[in-house]
Write a protein that binds this ligand. Structure first.
Ligand code: SF4
Length: 351
């Protein structure tokens, strides 16, 4: 994704506070190994609180919130490990995606705070290490330490899918082959990569058979599955009679992946056009990794004309959806110019 990075930052020693903030670093696993912590410890009676914390961390992620505890460093490092085991054992992909995004946001908050500590050389070295080792992105501090610079090639590789004007090269401070960024912008560049990194760690984990999981973990896994699975069953069942473009969007959402803004507008306006209520449409979006019920409800109400401009938005035409790469036409789409027409001709022919 990026060009070859600049020389790696010097090796530095991480404290438990750093590992609690950034438990996805290899050093966190090494720390647990050196502390003698192994699989057998997970079944100890005193681990119940950790297992409970891990379940709360997954629940928060599935609800689109960020788990923000950082009160006991070692407990947080172990909690993160248990959380990965549990989210893998729960086995619901959209839950994993949402959890991974929530972990990325948690780390993003700490990264941004730490980047703003521009007088702390040790902290800056840690951050340079994180950016370099996890994302292959060399960041350098400039001037008074308030700005960071990254190579233009690295910047472009990551910012090309950001649509806001501020990310266009023409609006950036560029000098000597580098783009200059403030701490928030620097972290924003790697946000999605961090979520992908956490999901791929979970995918790569191998767990023992379910029957070998410690009882406390298995109980929480069963409770989470019972609680969360019904939220995601609706989408796969409901998708079957929709036009291919809508069906595709629902399938992407069902996998817990992010949909582009234009696809969300298409999905919401289509659902409104076929008579779904705001509540039902909000439910459709629940498996989006960045789901926020309040914002989603407002946006659906805005599209329906109940809020904002009071204009009811139409479903985009097939032509428009084609230009946005959102059309997945099949033979049944022949002759229609808007997704709301899908299936109507066929229904009229029925006796
Ligand atoms: S032709 Fe129209 S209804 Fe069919 S997939 Fe494309 S956009 Fe959707």
């Amino acid at each position: 994704m990026s060009s070859s990075p600049s020389p790696s930052p010097p090796s530095i020693r991480l404290g438990t506070g750093d590992l609690a903030k950034y438990p996805f670093l290899n050093e966190a696993g090494e720390y647990l190994r050196q502390s003698g912590f192994g699989w057998d410890e997970l079944g100890r009676p005193d681990m119940k609180e950790i297992v409970w914390r891990a379940a709360e961390r997954i629940r928060a992620g599935a609800a689109g919130s960020v788990y923000d505890k950082l009160d006991r460093y070692e407990a947080e490092i172990i909690t993160f490990l248990v959380t990965l085991i549990m989210v893998k054992a729960v086995g619901i992909e959209p839950v994993l995606k949402k959890y991974a995004l929530a972990e990325a946001r948690r780390a993003e908050k700490f990264l941004t705070e730490d980047l703003k500590r521009h007088n702390d050389a040790q902290k800056r070295a840690l951050l340079a290490k994180i950016f370099y080792e996890l994302f292959g992105l060399a960041i350098e501090v400039t001037g008074d330490g308030r700005l960071f610079k990254v190579k233009v090639t690295d910047y472009l590789a990551r910012s090309s899918h950001f649509h806001e004007q501020e990310w266009k090269m023409i609006n950036r401070l560029v000098d000597g082959g580098y783009v200059y960024l403030d701490p928030d912008e620097t972290v924003r560049l790697v946000r999605s990569e961090l979520a992908v990194l956490i999901s791929s760690r979970v995918h790569a984990m191998s767990l023992p058979p379910t029957s070998s999981l410690p009882v406390a973990i298995q109980e929480q896994v069963d409770a989470l599955r019972t609680e969360l699975a019904p939220r995601y069953e609706y989408r796969t069942v409901a998708a079957k009679d929709y036009p291919p473009c809508v069906k595709h969007a629902l399938e992407v959402m069902g996998r817990g992946e992010n949909l582009p803004h234009s696809a969300r507008v298409m999905l919401a306006t289509y659902m409104l056009a076929v008579g779904k209520s705001t509540d039902e449409i909000v439910e459709v979006f629940r498996s989006a990794p960045d789901f926020n019920e309040r914002i989603t409800r407002y946006q659906v109400e805005h599209l329906s004309g109940a809020k904002g401009s009071r204009t009811r938005y139409s479903v985009p035409s097939c032509d428009k959806l084609r230009t946005e790469n959102l059309c997945f036409a099949t033979a049944e789409c022949a002759g229609i110019i808007n997704p709301v027409q899908f299936g109507r001709r066929f229904r009229k022919k029925e006796p």
